[in-house]
Design a protein around this ligand. Sequence first.
Ligand code: AMP
Length: 506
Amino acid sequence: MQFSELAHVCEQVGSTRKKLRKIHLLSEFLQSVPPDEIAYSVLLITGQVFPESSSTTLDVSWKTIQNAMKSQQQPLFWNPLSITDVYTRFQEIAKASQRKKKERIVSSLLGQASDQERAYILKNFFGEMRIGASEGIVLEAIAKAAKLSPDSVKRSHALLGDLGETALRALTHRDLPTQIKLFNPIKPMLAQMGDIQDITQKMALEYKLDGARIQIHTNAQKVRIFSRRLTEVTESIPDIVQLVRDFPESVTEGEVVAERKGKPLPFQELLRRFRRIHDVEPSAEEVPLRLYIFDLLYLEGEPLMDKTYLERTARLSEVAGPFLVQRLITEDRLEAEEFLSEALQAGHEGLMAKDLNSTYVPGKRDKGWLKIKPTETLDLVIKAAEWGHGRRKGWLSNYHLATREGAVIGKTFKGLTDSQFQNITETLLALKLEEDMYTVYVRPEVVVEVAFNEIQKSPTYPSGYALRFARIKRIRDDKSLEDVDSLEKVRRLYEKQFKYKAKLKM
Ligand code: AMP
């Protein structure tokens, strides 16, 4: 199918604000795409380009694109681009290691494209489609086109973790998974914001550990461990592999925390370990890791996702006894508060409050789990950065922090060490899209967890909100744009502040 048809539907989707209309347009389009171009189409429409769990990246800078545009030549014979042509070129660009080669491919691709096609190719380079076709909307469109229920498609997607594969299977009526399978990682269940006042019935309270989420698949022969983005991390954490070798055939979930003498170390230390898989030399000094397990999703042939929290965890101690997370089942507010302060004193982030009757909902921020953190943070993406002065000269330091929709709600240079400034400068320069006198604009990929004192209404930012005293708590290499908080969440947190203030006055 011609790529111009995909560009055309993107244009139409971008020109309406109505969600149902977007779904209708996308669903009509997807029904007309031949099977071998379905996966490519959904990945290009959402701007993901490569499946979320893939470690492949395009790695093209604004400079490469600029050079490519300058040297762009009109082809002698104009062949319309197909969706496959565009996708294959994207794969070649990702594969090319030399900048010159990337430039050549980009140049020939853009040279062959019409104005409208070029616009959507560039949007894919920049990782921002801005047509309001989020993964959720595309999943609804897939369901509509395949005449399936949106919930079943969403569930299968969470089990597959690959939008292209989900679309292909749904639209060609091939089997869509409905249950977890050993060694196939699933998208983790996530928590909604909560606070200690929400404990109005008997709930399971667990320490909220400040580490990295892992999903452990084991049988007698093999151990495979996956990160929350479903990339495999088995080789970067051999010490954890050792600990879980004797687990029965199971899928468990938990958190690894870097700890020294029983105290959690900064999150950055942990990510260094996770990233080591890409390094040639192992780091000289090992960061000791501690394993905590909190859920059981599959045991010896039996999927447990649809069982309640109580049923799942009842069998957890026989599987992972020594590694169970600290837990207290209570409905007593005072007991809960005490448990929270114990967790904080031990250096953890807070508590998770889990509904005893909740099932495990993969890939969803579900109300069955509430996270209770005394200091709220937001996960934001760096959209631009300014060159520093004084001690920070030569580094990109004042970061423009944006929500998932790209709305800037603050700037900060606080919270990072010198070596982090250095690293983040390198990372951001590799993601550069444009630059003016003071500011470098980047592909929105670096996710940071931001602490702040208050959210204020802002007359300056178009988003309408600004963070007061924003500071970076940590760089979240384990999170992607999809995990970044929405403007809606900022709005909710803003409102919540008043709830508390009102309470204080009472
Ligand atoms: P957040 O990333 O702030 O949405 O919080 C959810 C994350 O908290 C999960 O993805 C886990 O990595 C982490 N976490 C820490 N402790 C627990 C726990 N006891 N249960 C579930 N998730 C936990």
